[in-house]
Design a protein around this ligand. Sequence first.
Ligand SMILES: C[S@@+](CC[C@H](N)C(=O)[O-])C[C@H]1O[C@@H](n2cnc3c(N)ncnc32)[C@H](O)[C@@H]1O
Length: 235
Amino acid sequence: MARSKLFRFDQNTQADNVLEEGKPLYETIKGKWHELYFKNRNPIVIEVACGRGEYTTGLAAVYPDKNFIGIDIKGDRLWKGSQVAIEKGLHHIAFLRTKIEELEKFFGAGEVAEIWIIHPDPRPKLRDARRRLTSPRFLGIYSRIMQPQGIIRLKTDSNLLFDYSLDLFQSPEMQPYTQELVFTKDLHQSLLLAEHHQIQTKYEKAALAQGLTIKYLRLIWEAEKYRQQKVSDEL
Ligand SMILES: C[S@@+](CC[C@H](N)C(=O)[O-])C[C@H]1O[C@@H](n2cnc3c(N)ncnc32)[C@H](O)[C@@H]1O
């Protein structure tokens, strides 16, 4: 393994804002983020597949009255966000190293207010549709950890992933669970750009340099309704 990666992993083990396997909080945090980590009752916003955590740290700087958790499986990427949070003295930030598939191990029902999904892997192959972070499988996971009504946001340069997600949220089956859906297929020409506070990840910069447009959607997700419907479907 490269020395720089080893150095980052070592710093992660020492950083209080990184929760990863082997640390005591990793095993006990489920349902207790407010009590054991943030020590306040502010809403919890998570960024799934956060990479280097540009959104987590960027949004935390704008919203001191919310708590932010960046989540990714790659420790060397989380390291960057962790270090930025430390340098900027942002204590209402945590980074959690896990697969998004396993979120329910770390969050109790109703613990999460808002989910940001920023330039996730588009998973273009049909056989990988279940791995898209807006697929019904992941919406089920999100619903089991979200407040009754939470906010979901997706930003991507992928037409395929965006159209897949928009079609899903606008489909008759999903109508009972979505409210106030707004979207743009060209964020940089839209008033919705203001919601991003000039935060851009390296994926967005690369997409813009290639002349691609950035797509964005936001909606209120009826998590409890969705959860209850799924439970009754299974009975
Ligand atoms: C294309 S990158 C985008 C990262 C970041 N959102 C950005 O815009 O810079 C996708 C990220 O998703 C993470 N990832 C992909 N699938 C994941 C999964 N199932 N669980 C956790 N992280 C995942 C990868 O490790 C990677 O950091």
